[in-house]
Design a protein around this ligand. Structure first.
Ligand SMILES: Cc1cc2nc3c(=O)[nH]c(=O)nc-3n(C[C@H](O)[C@H](O)[C@H](O)COP(=O)(O)OP(=O)(O)OC[C@H]3O[C@@H](n4cnc5c(N)ncnc54)[C@H](O)[C@@H]3O)c2cc1C
Ligand SMILES: *[C@@H]1O[C@H](CO)[C@@H](O)[C@H](O)[C@H]1NC(C)=O
Ligand SMILES: *[C@@H]1O[C@H](CO)[C@@H](O)[C@H](O)[C@H]1NC(C)=O
Ligand SMILES: *[C@@H]1O[C@H](CO)[C@@H](O)[C@H](O)[C@H]1NC(C)=O
Ligand SMILES: *[C@@H]1O[C@H](CO)[C@@H](O)[C@H](O)[C@H]1NC(C)=O
Ligand SMILES: *[C@@H]1O[C@H](CO)[C@@H](O)[C@H](O)[C@H]1NC(C)=O
Ligand SMILES: *[C@@H]1O[C@H](CO)[C@@H](O)[C@H](O)[C@H]1NC(C)=O
Ligand SMILES: *[C@@H]1O[C@H](CO)[C@@H](O)[C@H](O)[C@H]1NC(C)=O
Ligand SMILES: *[C@@H]1O[C@H](CO)[C@@H](O)[C@H](O)[C@H]1NC(C)=O
Length: 568
């Protein structure tokens, strides 16, 4: 028998002959004011089923004025996480319109903007199930949030019900994690509300480490692993998605399932790189632990005086990125500057090397940089537990930022390193003031190319992940923010794509631009068609839709209504 969709097409093909191309009509989620939107009594009934854990949600600026937050609290990732409506980059809370609906820090008025209306402050599987069943019954827009760190605004949306997982805080270590009777060794199961710093500290107390990012409050079992998850230790141990052993998930139909290599293996394939917020609500994830190890963090600043010198410095850096292959170092190389002077801050992490050995690893690059007339300043090393180096005390939050990025192939560095400096020069010339490079690929990330998962294959041939960032002050008008955003995409995307090999080049989904025009190619590459099939099987009604996520092309930018389209 033909699947339903094919039968529709077959029927339509006959109809076309008489009435023109068939149209799939738009359908919308219910919003306040719609006849199908839940009444106060309906919301109250939901609240009763979840032990009174239903919250009204307001933008962070409003919550902060009610709570009397200090500036330090406003800027703290840990503090902001306690506010259900707060995003790390609070521009995602705003609707820049037109018409604009803003709630700014110290603003004179406050509108709800793109912040959810209600949240389930969940601490149990049953709370999430109740939220999902209610949303399905009333045809509501749903979003999922853990830390609110998303750089693409995927954890908040207008008129939605938020499934808030920040209080899934369980952390359990084992020496023998078993899947279907086979022992996968030492592992830790972390709730989807547990941040990196908390896990690194708990792991240290157990004499353990695991493959995670460099931050304090990012949730590995939230968006990080689903997007791929890079680490300073990825050249040694692969991506987070290469390592994860299991997820526990509440699906769109309300079932609570275990997802691993033998239970729902198709979903396990999709959740390793296929993008966050699209598959179900993660309750926890299990990742392998490693014996704790020491790392030397080598830091140095390189100061240039002119744009041409900056260009030469970036070429020199590009010629040296393979210097550290042997020891599989990770590196963050952060350029800030202008068309005059710039600073390149380089932080390199060397496992099991002491300070002197780390300096020796860097000396050839630094000598070549100095030979350009670049000022080499503040070289220093710190050797200690890996956990303490990548686990930050807190994350700066509460500002406006957007990103655009590309995974730059290793062949660029081996064959054409002198194409790197001119790309940086072009970005600086066009007003981009901050570009963060990462050596978090190559090594084991490349060696893991055989792992069958949804990770964008661009990761397997990449050497670096390069991110241009744009920040702005909240005094900018809403229409200027819109112009700035479209200008940013228009300026940065062609330069980074040119550097990375053109239109089919890949970008890291968790640190990219939500306005990428060809998001399926850019973020998923050849994995997209299979992801759509798996999505249709597990979430046929598209309950879980996020911008640039799987099947989002069938929805408007807010995920509120499907797009009316003709079947061609
Ligand atoms: C300071 C900082 C440092 C970072 N460092 C790194 C790094 O070193 N390496 C790296 O790879 N990335 C890094 N990132 C990017 C990070 O991977 C993404 O921001 C990621 O989306 C954060 O996931 P979250 O769950 O913490 O955030 P959230 O904003 O809560 O969620 C992000 C996405 O995940 C979904 N989601 C959240 N919780 C769940 C859940 N329980 N079930 C299902 N879906 C869920 C949301 O719907 C949304 O789509 C960093 C980000 C920041 C802000
Ligand atoms: C849910 O119930 C609790 C406890 O009765 C109450 O404090 C809270 O305000 C209710 N939530 C909403 C959104 O009404
Ligand atoms: C907002 O108000 C706080 C408290 O009054 C003040 O400290 C801060 O500087 C103000 N911030 C901005 C961006 O105006
Ligand atoms: C959410 O629930 C947690 C755990 O019970 C609680 O500590 C926290 O205060 C709640 N948050 C809000 C905003 O009610
Ligand atoms: C967290 O752990 C406690 C104690 O073991 C358990 O009762 C609870 O169900 C766990 N919560 C979740 C969401 O797994
Ligand atoms: C929900 O979907 C999963 C995966 O397709 C399936 O195994 C499960 O039986 C479904 N649950 C219900 C209640 O239909
Ligand atoms: C550029 O030079 C000025 C003046 O010396 C200095 O204050 C500034 O920090 C420099 N900027 C960068 C990005 O290095
Ligand atoms: C690792 O670092 C810790 C903390 O600085 C130190 O106590 C320990 O001796 C180091 N171990 C090795 C093998 O260098
Ligand atoms: C956006 O680009 C246009 C055209 O180059 C320019 O006129 C405008 O000033 C820019 N706006 C912002 C906010 O950057």
């Amino acid at each position: 028998m033909l699947p339903l969709s094919l039968r529709l097409v077959a029927v339509s093909a006959v109809l076309v002959f008489f009435w023109g191309p068939p149209v799939v009509h738009a359908r919308c989620r219910n919003q306040p004011g719609d006849p199908g939107y839940p009444s106060a009594a309906d919301w109250s009934a939901l609240n009763d089923t979840i032990n009174g854990r239903l919250l009204n949600v307001v933008p962070s600026a409003k919550a902060c004025s009610e709570l009397g937050c200090t500036e330090a609290q406003w800027e703290s990732g840990f503090f902001r996480q306690t506010i259900p409506g707060a995003m790390n980059a609070y521009n995602w809370e705003q609707d820049y319109g037109p018409p604009a609906e803003l709630c700014l820090r110290n603003g004179s008025s406050c509108a709800q903007g793109d912040v959810s209306l209600y949240a389930v402050n969940a601490t149990s599987v049953a709370h999430i199930q109740a939220g999902i069943i209610f949303a399905q019954a009333h045809n509501l827009r749903v979003v999922i949030k853990s830390s609110g760190h998303d750089y693409l605004g995927r954890s908040t949306t207008k008129n939605s019900l938020l499934l808030w997982t920040a209080y899934f805080k369980n952390t359990t270590f084992t020496e023998h994690f078993s899947i279907a009777g086979s022992d996968h060794g030492p592992a830790v199961t972390v709730g989807s509300g547990v941040g990196l710093k908390t896990i690194y500290d708990a792991a240290k107390a157990q004499g353990k480490m695991f493959v995670g990012g460099t931050a304090a409050t990012v949730s590995p079992a939230g968006g990080y692993i689903q997007g791929a998850g890079h680490s300073a230790f990825s050249p040694l141990y692969g991506l987070a998605a290469d390592n994860v052993l299991q997820f526990s998930v509440v699906l769109a139909n309300g079932s609570f399932v275990t997802v691993n290599s033998v239970s729902h293996p198709d979903l396990f394939w999709a959740m390793r790189g296929g993008g966050s917020g699209s598959w179900g609500v993660i309750i926890d994830a299990t990742v392998p632990t490693l014996p704790i190890f020491n790392v030397t963090l080598h830091t140095v600043n390189l100061l240039t005086a002119t744009l041409d010198q900056t260009c030469s410095l970036m070429n020199t850096h590009a010629m040296h990125v393979n210097d550290w292959n042997e020891v599989r170092a990770g590196q963050y190389f952060y350029l800030t500057g202008s068309t005059s002077n710039s600073t390149l801050a380089v932080s390199t992490l060397f496992k099991d090397l002491d300070g002197d050995a780390s300096k020796a690893q860097m000396s050839s690059f630094l000598a070549d940089a100095a030979a350009l007339g670049v000022v080499v300043q503040g070289e220093s090393t710190l050797t200690t537990f890996a956990n303490d180096i990548v686990g930050f005390q807190d994350d700066a939050s509460g500002y406006n930022v957007i990103l655009s990025s590309r995974l730059v192939p290793g062949t660029v560095y081996s064959d054409a390193p002198s194409s790197v400096g001119p790309a940086y020069k072009q970005l600086l010339s066009q007003g981009i003031q901050s570009i963060l490079g990462h050596i978090v690929a190559g090594g084991q990330v490349a060696a893991n190319a055989h792992i069958d998962s949804a990770v964008n294959p661009a990761w397997r041939t990449a050497k670096t992940h390069v991110v241009a960032t744009q920040r702005w002050d909240s005094s900018l008008s809403a229409s200027d923010v819109q112009a700035l955003r479209s200008n940013f995409t228009a300026i940065v995307r062609p330069v980074l794509a040119g550097l990375a090999g053109g239109e089919s080049s890949g970008s890291y989904l968790n640190e990219g631009d939500v306005l990428e025009p060809d998001f399926r190619v850019t973020f998923f590459g050849p994995k997209y068609p299979r992801l759509e099939k798996i999505k249709a099987a597990y979430d046929p009604d598209d309950l879980f839709i996020v911008p640039v996520g799987v099947r989002s092309e069938f929805w408007d930018s807010e995920g509120m209504c499907t797009i009316e389209r003709t079947i061609s």
